[in-house]
Ligand binder design. Structure first.
Ligand SMILES: [Zn+2]
Length: 244
């Protein structure tokens, strides 16, 4: 098998894997779609509330036909229609600490596609506690960011944001960038779960659509981190084997 492909063995690993995606908006929608189409065995979606008209500039799983009805359940139905071999679970609200912990404990990876720092840091914490990889996807306007983390081995999200930055309730969203970042989040998850390809462990990818620039920035662990420094002793980081 040549480099640059998902091997048959990798595909089988995907089939046996579970991914927990929190928020199915502009990034979580395409991320969960790509995970489903790739054949990840179980995809768990969490999102509260109905699909509303202002959302439609960035949704790939919904349409005007689904307005004013719960988002997670209709999106899950759509995903099931895309790949009947994938089990799709819909959680119709944002999980609290205990629920998120339970979901992470039965998943192999957590993808945060959430807008608030409170939720992003909660998901980081539960992934760290469950000892599983964590992917954080975020966007503002035409700028997208992506972090691929495994607490104890790389920085965790709390290392990057030791204090919670202020959150804007309403911020600009361009569907093309959220869709790109969501797809890249799925791609990193597919590499992690399949063991194929080089994962961007411990790095921040910035995708500046406005300036047409991308960059990878290595992230450093904070030895005083309130999350990971209390959970982990120094452990050796073993990258997953690449399929070649
Ligand atoms: Zn940390």
């Amino acid at each position: 098998m040549g480099a640059g492909v998902l091997s048959e063995e990798g595909q089988l690993r995907l089939k046996g894997a579970s991914a927990f995606v929190s928020r199915t908006g502009g990034m979580g929608g395409p991320a969960s779609l790509m995970l489903t189409m790739a054949g990840v065995g179980r995809v768990i979606l969490a999102h509260g509330g109905d699909l509303i008209s202002p959302d439609l500039n960035r949704q790939v799983l919904g349409s005007e036909r689904g307005l004013e009805t719960p988002r997670a359940t209709q999106f899950a139905d759509y995903l099931r229609s895309m790949n009947r071999f994938v089990t799709v679970e819909a959680i119709d609200h944002e999980p609290n600490d205990a629920e998120a912990m339970e979901l992470a404990a039965r998943s192999d990876i957590v993808l945060s596609c959430a807008p608030t720092f409170e939720e992003r840091l909660r998901l980081n914490r539960v992934a760290a506690a469950a000892r599983i990889p964590f992917i954080d996807a975020a966007q503002w306007g035409m700028m997208g960011t992506l972090m691929v983390l495994r607490a104890g081995s790389t920085a965790c999200l709390q290392c990057v944001y030791p204090t919670q930055p202020p959150f804007e309730e309403l911020f600009p969203v361009v569907g093309a960038i959220s869709s790109a970042v969501g797809s890249l989040a799925a791609l990193e998850a597919i590499k992690v779960l399949s063991g194929c390809g080089r994962v961007a462990w411990g790095q921040l990818l910035t995708l500046d659509g406005f300036q047409a620039q991308t960059a990878f920035v290595p992230l450093r662990r904070d030895p005083q981190c309130r999350c990971c420094s209390t959970m982990f002793n120094d452990v050796e980081f073993n990258d997953m084997e690449e399929c070649v």
